[in-house]
Design a protein around this ligand. Structure first.
Ligand SMILES: Nc1nc2c(ncn2[C@@H]2O[C@H](COP(=O)(O)OP(=O)(O)OP(=O)(O)O)[C@@H](O)[C@H]2O)c(=O)[nH]1
Ligand SMILES: [Mg+2]
Length: 296
């Protein structure tokens, strides 16, 4: 038998590159929320991969971006950078359909990373002409001084075994450090709040979903079901009505979809209550961000 391997692997890249989709595909669980909107992920989230070869703590991070308009945006970049500390491998996740200056920012962050660098060229299902991949492969392997470049589609599940082969090849020997029956380091409360935010991101438009955060006020087992009470904080009073919607339609839709996602994730019936409150400018203040659980 070969020796068991263990380590942490961070996924880094610009918003929308597909990091969270990749995390979910590799762990087989809805650990991280995914939407078509950039800047969906706001936290460092570890998803666990258990394999005959060992265990990987796969770290999802907020997309590296150039919007610096408020304290939350600045903190998201710091959270992404901090997630690189102490990990064994960093994977640059790239949307292979187009390069942006935010991809350059992610590359720059990786230049100081002391561990093994890997590039995952994602969304290859969208490419009609794969010759563009060769040029990207050559350019990125030179810039990041790595020959570990893999082609994946997180959405379709292709190339995932190639990526796992590369990761296990470069991980140090070691015993699993997380319990084998868990799929994340995050609490059920955290996951529940994220599932509400996922639906808010999907149902609301323009800048509104970016001004929201979700707090779990109650999370209790009542017989066979979970009773969950979530508070949606809006940064501006004018957004409250839009979150609720005419005759409460938006909030109802968010609630019913989030409840279904929770029931699936927790394997239990869920009773979900949602409330909306204004907390003016919560995104602009570092202390409030600490209090609301935005750790770096
Ligand atoms: N076609 C295609 N779409 C993908 C693929 N991977 C991700 N997507 C889509 O890209 C969008 C963004 O995916 P996310 O996983 O949320 O991206 P992210 O990098 O986590 O984004 P942030 O959290 O904002 O940093 C979603 O609509 C995904 O469905 C892929 O391999 N192929
Ligand atoms: Mg994400």
């Amino acid at each position: 038998m070969t020796e068991s391997r263990f380590g942490h692997v961070a996924l880094l890249g610009r918003p929308n590159a597909g990091k969270s989709t990749l995390l979910n595909a590799l762990t087989g669980e809805h650990v991280a929320i995914v939407t078509h909107k950039p800047q969906t992920t706001r936290h460092r989230i570890v998803g666990l991969i258990n394999d005959a070869r060992g265990q990987i703590g796969l770290v999802d991070t907020p997309g590296v971006h150039r919007r610096k308009s408020n304290a939350l945006n600045r903190r998201l970049n710091r959270t992404a950078g901090a997630a690189l500390r102490g990990v064994d491998i960093a994977v640059l996740v790239v949307d292979a359909t187009h390069w942006t200056d935010e991809d350059d920012l992610a590359v720059e962050m990786l230049l100081n990373f002391p561990g093994q660098r890997v590039v995952a060229l994602n969304k290859i299902d969208k490419l009609d002409d794969r010759s563009a991949l060769l040029e990207q492969t050559a350019r990125l392997s030179e810039r990041l001084e790595t020959d570990a470049v893999v082609y994946v589609s997180a959405l379709k599940g292709s190339g995932l075994n190639d990526l796992l082969d590369v990761l296990f090849k470069h991980l140090p020997a070691g015993a699993p450090q997380y319990p084998g029956d868990e799929f994340t380091d995050r609490s059920s409360r955290f996951l529940a709040a994220e599932l509400v935010r996922e639906q808010l991101m999907l149902q609301l438009h323009q800048e509104i979903p970016y001004g929201l955060t979700v707090q779990i006020e109650e999370f209790a087992a009542e017989g066979a079901r979970l009773v969950i009470r979530a508070l949606i904080l809006v940064a501006d009073d004018r957004h409250k009505g839009m979150v609720i919607g005419r005759q409460g339609q938006v909030l109802k839709r968010v609630g019913s979809r989030a409840r279904k996602a929770m029931a699936e994730l927790f394997g239990q019936a869920v009773h979900l209550e949602l409330h909306v409150k204004t907390r003016t400018g919560w995104m602009d203040d570092e202390r409030t961000l600490d209090e609301l659980g935005f750790a770096e």
